[in-house]
Design a protein around this ligand. Structure first.
Ligand code: A3P
Length: 345
């Protein structure tokens, strides 16, 4: 059974995963593996370090997209590295896309953003064996650009990529993992050891610089297809970026909507403080893929790395980052002007 519908879109295809466990074993055996600082296993899949439990869902997606190539529709894909602001991006996109529909838009007040726009691997995870896959028109991914199904790259799908100062992303990941204690029996490495692994590119969906550069170059090549955003820029002027995103997606706000303060409303409702304090996101029983909703809202600040890492570590990281990003044109401002001239005591 195959079916393609438009906007609220559903992409349904029959899956046959009878022999998946065998395929999984065989596939995983062929891939290089390593352990992350928290003890979790990562497998090198399509050039990136994939959390082991997500390899098979991603392989299935790839197959599904290949077999349904002739029916490929234009998806909207939100791509991020974990802890780069995905939850925020999901909330913003959901509100922007549904800005004409008050009822639909208000779902953000009663649902966690991850329930409204799902991840590709989460969709596969929740699909029982031998049943149909329901693929929404809008979904999120952590996969690097080069690892996306080729049919997505060839279609007119739109991709919105959000990245973040990698040191803040590293710190955010560190606290997220420690809070959720995924592998309780393992003693996690120190923050310095974890940073060393991060610099080697060993972290979920890493190396981070390859992840960013993949989407960066894709956005330079085809800016109508890939919108490249930074967390810090959106923080600086959320209103401007809500407008930019709406334009990019072809659903700009009318003059009347602007005058009625609709964009300001979206900015407010998607803000860190507002989302964090919604009952649904505070509910201790609310979970997404075994992670408490509240875990997706920690501090929501820029430059939190400075509360956990020394200036000298950050300076050598900055050197490393500049070297990796080379003359790509992609840059990050790690330091405030005061930090730039500071030294560790
Ligand atoms: P911190 O840990 O630095 O606070 P992701 O959504 O990709 O998992 O990223 C989580 C990070 O985004 C966390 O960063 C979280 O606090 C922050 N975040 C969540 N919602 C946000 C929002 N509405 N505005 C800004 N930052 C947000």
């Amino acid at each position: 059974m195959k079916k393609v519908e438009n906007l609220e879109t559903i992409f349904i295809a029959t899956t046959s995963i009878d022999d998946q466990p065998k395929v999984e074993e065989e596939l995983l055996e062929k891939l290089t593996q390593t352990k992350n600082w928290d003890g979790r296993l990562l497998h090198k899949y399509k050039g990136f370090w994939c959390p082991t439990r997500l390899v098979l869902p991603l392989v299935s997606i790839e197959k599904q997209f290949q077999s349904d190539y002739e029916n490929i529709i234009d998806f909207i894909i939100l791509a991020t590295l974990p802890k780069s602001g995905t939850t925020w991006l999901k909330a913003l996109i959901f509100s922007i896309i549904n800005h004409h529909d008050h009822h639909q838009k208000s779902q953000l007040l009663t649902s966690n953003p991850h329930e409204l726009i799902r991840f590709d691997f989460d969709i596969m995870y929740k699909t029982p064996p031998q049943s149909s896959i329901i693929f929404p028109k809008i979904f999120a991914t952590h996969s690097p650009y080069d690892a996306l199904p080729s049919s997505i790259q060839q279609s007119h799908s739109k991709i919105i990529y959000l990245c973040r100062n990698p040191l803040d992303q590293f710190i955010s990941t560190r606290f997220f993992v420690l809070e959720n204690n995924f592998e309780g029996e393992n003693e996690p490495s120190t923050i310095e050891e974890a940073l060393e692994m991060f610099i080697k590119g060993i972290h979920p969906f890493g190396p981070f610089w390859k992840h960013m550069l993949g989407y960066w170059y894709a956005s330079l090549k085809d800016p109508k297809k890939v919108l490249f955003l930074k967390y810090e820029d959106i923080k600086g002027d959320t209103l401007l970026y809500v407008k930019k995103i709406a334009e990019f997606l072809g659903c700009s706000f009318s003059k009347e909507e602007e005058e009625n303060g609709m964009i300001e409303d979206i900015v407010r409702i998607c803000s860190f403080e507002y989302l964090k304090n919604l009952e649904v996101n505070k509910d201790p029983s609310g979970e997404f893929m075994n992670v408490k909703y509240s875990s997706f809202f920690r501090k929501g600040q820029m430059g939190d790395w400075a509360n956990h890492l020394t200036i000298s570590l950050a300076k050598s990281f900055d050197e490393f980052l500049k070297e990796k990003l080379g003359d790509s044109g992609l840059t990050f401002e790690i330091f405030t002007s005061t930090q730039e001239h500071a030294h560790d005591d």
